[in-house]
Design a protein around this ligand. Structure first.
Ligand SMILES: C[S@@+](CC[C@H](N)C(=O)[O-])C[C@H]1O[C@@H](n2cnc3c(N)ncnc32)[C@H](O)[C@@H]1O
Length: 195
């Protein structure tokens, strides 16, 4: 279990698939390695993740002061894989509109990953707004080897690429907070709920 893991939240090393997901939907997430091109990058990965740490935010000027954030424990180069985003994998019939931890995995099929009750270190990543000028990490689709010739489609967190101007060439430094872009929609929805 990673340090600072909150009591009452389940730590996952692999996604937790809802029993209500149809076979068709599961088949889009769990693929046979044999049908993939040999050029397709396939990751081998399993937590806990030593390249990151969960910490309580003690800085009073941080907008998520008192909550947790996710920090790099080592230099993370541009484009490098950090960790997968794990949680409860569900379709629209089990969508929890109140969750602040739900990430889309397959928009067309309405499949999401909700880390509100179970997840891994990635659930502690904050949005860059009010903390930095921009994000330093992003979500990308990944394929993960889970053995028995099966490959799983997941969302992975990656360090942003260097960029045309080269301004992100340093990647993420040791001790830096890992920040993503939740999208304007995330904050617009919360604003309309509180208004
Ligand atoms: C996925 S969680 C991130 C982890 C969260 N800080 C925690 O300790 O569990 C999303 C929630 O974190 C907080 N948060 C994330 N980014 C923020 C930001 N830039 N400003 C204010 N609050 C933020 C909000 O409460 C949001 O609903």
């Amino acid at each position: 279990m990673p340090k600072e893991w909150p009591e009452g939240t389940t730590y996952l090393r692999a996604p937790s698939y809802s029993k209500k997901l149809t076979k068709d939907k599961l088949n889009t997430l769990l693929l046979s390695k044999a049908v993939l091109s040999p050029k397709e990058p396939i990751l081998q990965t399993r937590g806990p993740y030593a390249n990151v740490k969960i910490a309580v935010i003690s800085n009073a000027s941080h907008p998520a002061h008192g909550q947790h954030g996710l920090y790099a424990t080592q230099h993370l180069p541009p484009d490098s894989f950090i960790l997968p985003y794990l949680g409860f994998v569900h379709d629209q019939t089990e969508l929890d509109e109140t969750s602040d931890y739900d990430l889309s995995l397959d928009r067309e099929l309405g499949i999401g990953v909700d880390a509100s009750k179970m997840g891994n270190e990635a659930r502690f990543m904050n949005d860059y707004r009010g903390i930095s000028t921009g994000p330093n990490a992003e979500f990308r689709d990944v394929l993960v080897d889970v053995g028995f010739g099966i490959v799983e489609k997941r969302m992975g967190v990656f360090v942003l690429s260097t960029g045309k101007s080269g301004k992100r060439a340093k990647g993420i430094g040791r001790g830096e907070e890992i920040l993503i872009n939740y999208g304007k929609g995330f904050w617009a929805e919360r604003k309309s709920v509180t208004e």
